[in-house]
Ligand binder design. Structure first.
Ligand code: 1GP
Length: 260
């Protein structure tokens, strides 16, 4: 089993470097939309592209082929159900929705896809997926038939993340929901950062550079954004530049410390 991308995430976290992913929903990114998305991604490539959607998708194979040819980002599948994957991506987040109690999203979907995934060449990354109340009922709740965790109950979220870690999940994904009104609170991110070990992915409702900066400063290792780019792909460039700036600052701090 490969661990290349997971290792990259760990190494970046150890070096204090932040990572950024653009979420592409294939249903909303066809034709001209996709072409302008690719054009922006070529100017400023994020660390990863997440491919995911809430519904049954058309074939995403050719979309992945184009992305792989055009940009250097890792292509990671972020599937919403067992049949929602194709094997030419670099990795797949093997999500277990541990914020909910729907067995289908805890293990059922996994049993359906496990054999094919083991036979594929993709890196499979066991990921604890937690829906956090994003200020409005999200599609994720509706589709999974689960309820999001309250955004102000830090201890409950912590117990859930720790349970995921004890079960062997390598990454923790805090999801406020696609197009959420409110991103995951930075106070919750920092609370978890101090008390957990797995790299933290944060997504949902991150629409501004300020949202992005708050998530990183609170302790997010990898931030995911999608909706904000749907009508304005050029914004990707601003977001990626900001991550580069933060990482350059970190490098400068480290070299200042080592030359003391
Ligand atoms: C990824 O669902 C999010 O975790 C993406 O949310 O579309 O609101 O950026 P947005």
């Amino acid at each position: 089993m490969k661990h290349t991308i997971y290792r990259k995430i760990l190494l970046n976290r150890e070096a204090g470097k932040k990572m950024f992913a653009v979420l592409i929903d294939p249903e909303k990114s066809s034709g001209r939309n996709f072409a302008s998305l690719v054009a922006a991604l070529k100017v400023a490539s994020p660390d990863c592209i997440f491919i995911g959607g809430n519904h049954q998708l058309r074939s995403i194979e050719s979309m992945i082929e184009i992305l792989k040819e055009e940009i250097p980002s890792d292509i990671i599948l972020f599937p919403d159900n067992a049949s929602n994957y194709c094997v030419n991506a670099d990795a797949l987040l093997y999500l277990s929705m541990i914020s909910g109690r729907n067995p289908d999203y805890l293990i059922g979907q996994h049993v359906q896809s496990s054999k094919a995934l083991v036979e594929s060449d993709m890196e499979i990354i066991p990921t604890a997926y937690l829906l956090i109340d994003g200020g409005k009922p999200g599609t994720e709740e509706y589709i999974s038939n689960t309820r999001a965790l309250p955004r102000d109950h830090n201890e409950l979220v912590l117990s859930t993340v720790l349970a995921g870690e004890l079960l062997g999940m390598r990454l923790t994904y805090l999801e406020a929901g696609r197009g959420a009104d409110l991103p995951v609170p930075s106070s919750l991110i920092s609370y978890l950062k101090e008390r957990t070990h797995s790299p933290l992915i944060v997504g949902g409702g991150i629409d501004t550079l300020n949202d992005l900066s708050l998530a990183y400063h609170a302790g997010a290792d990898l931030v995911v954004a999608g909706t904000v780019f749907e009508n304005n792909p050029d914004k990707i460039i601003e977001f990626v530049n900001m991550v580069h700036q933060l990482n350059e600052q970190k490098d400068a701090e480290l070299s200042a410390v080592s030359s003391e």
